[in-house]
Design a protein around this ligand. Structure first.
Ligand code: NAD
Ligand code: RM4
Length: 253
């Protein structure tokens, strides 16, 4: 119960890594806001999974790319739980598209959800944290893709580098208020975001053997790291990035 009494907002928490993080933060005692982009049923399932474990959660529909929706997300959070102590910028999209097929619309949408979303949510959450004088935690899902390229991810990898960079700058701006800002860089975690891509068994096999631990990641592999960064154990970690990839990145030779 390292997060007893804390209030956490997890964006894109209806599925995948966000869902696992929301459940884990709730298991540690946080009251959790499950943000989702209109996936009422899936979000409600996460709320119930948390309640079944004795926790407290609400679901709020808000597209993180939409400034008005984000404003509402944090208004509803404060109306229900009075404040916000922990923000997890998790919402993200990654349509796999070949380079010459990347349109302006695809490029903009990926940037709006992944990067503008992190900007809008971080600004709204930190305003509350500063006003309420209690410090806080901002944790963002960057990616191994902030460090390496991806041939079908040309519109995506710059957003993940951008999110990491945003956390570095915010660590400086918000550190004086006791708010830490860090990134998690997952390797490959099997979720809906890449399920179609990995229907190709040859690609799945290739990417699995590249990981020294011999398996792709699970959402729970990331959730524990988010809980750690949200806890007092991580009080002096600020502006950092934690690569959680089973050793994929160092396996170059
Ligand atoms: P996922 O597709 O399973 O889940 C994404 C979640 O974000 C869903 O709940 C979806 O509803 C939500 N979402 C999408 N657009 C949104 C919007 N506009 N507003 C609010 N919510 C929105 O994917 P995932 O693998 O769980 O990815 C979560 C995060 O982790 C993403 O930021 C992704 O870039 C990052 N990441 C994933 C991997 C991986 O291999 N799965 C690796 C590195 C980083
Ligand atoms: C990640 C990374 C993973 C990929 C997901 C969609 O950032 O590139 O390998 O599966 O994006």
């Amino acid at each position: 119960m390292r997060l007893d009494g804390k209030v956490a907002v997890v964006t894109g928490a209806s599925r995948g890594i966000g869902r696992a993080i929301a459940i884990r933060l709730a298991e540690e005692g946080a009251r959790v806001v499950i943000d989702h982009p209109g996936e009422e049923e899936a979000a409600q399932e996460v709320v119930e999974a948390i309640q079944d474990r004795g926790g407290t959660a609400i679901a709020v529909a808000a597209d993180v790319a939409d400034p008005e929706a984000v404003k509402r997300l944090f208004q509803e959070t404060v109306a229900r739980f009075e404040t916000v102590d922990i923000l997890v910028n998790n919402a993200g999209i990654c349509p796999f598209v070949s380079w010459f097929d990347v349109t302006v619309e695809i490029w903009d949408r990926i940037h709006h959800v992944n990067l503008r979303g992190a900007f809008l949510c971080s600004q709204a959450a930190s305003r509350i944290m500063v006003d309420h004088h209690h410090g806080g935690r901002i944790i963002s899902l960057s990616s191994i893709s902030a460090l390496v390229g991806g041939s079908f991810q040309t519109a995506y990898t710059p957003t993940k580098a951008g999110v990491k960079s945003l956390m570095q700058s915010l660590a400086i701006v918000l550190g004086p208020y006791g708010i830490t800002c860090n990134s998690i860089l997952p390797g490959t975690i099997l979720t809906d975001i890449n399920r179609d891509h990995y229907r190709d068994q040859a690609i799945l096999e290739r990417d699995t053997v590249r990981v020294p631990l011999g398996r792709l990641g699970k959402p729970e592999d990331i959730a524990g790291v988010a809980a750690f960064l949200a806890s007092d154990d991580a009080a002096y970690i600020n502006g950092a990035e934690i690569l959680v990839d089973g050793g994929l990145f160092v396996n170059l030779q």
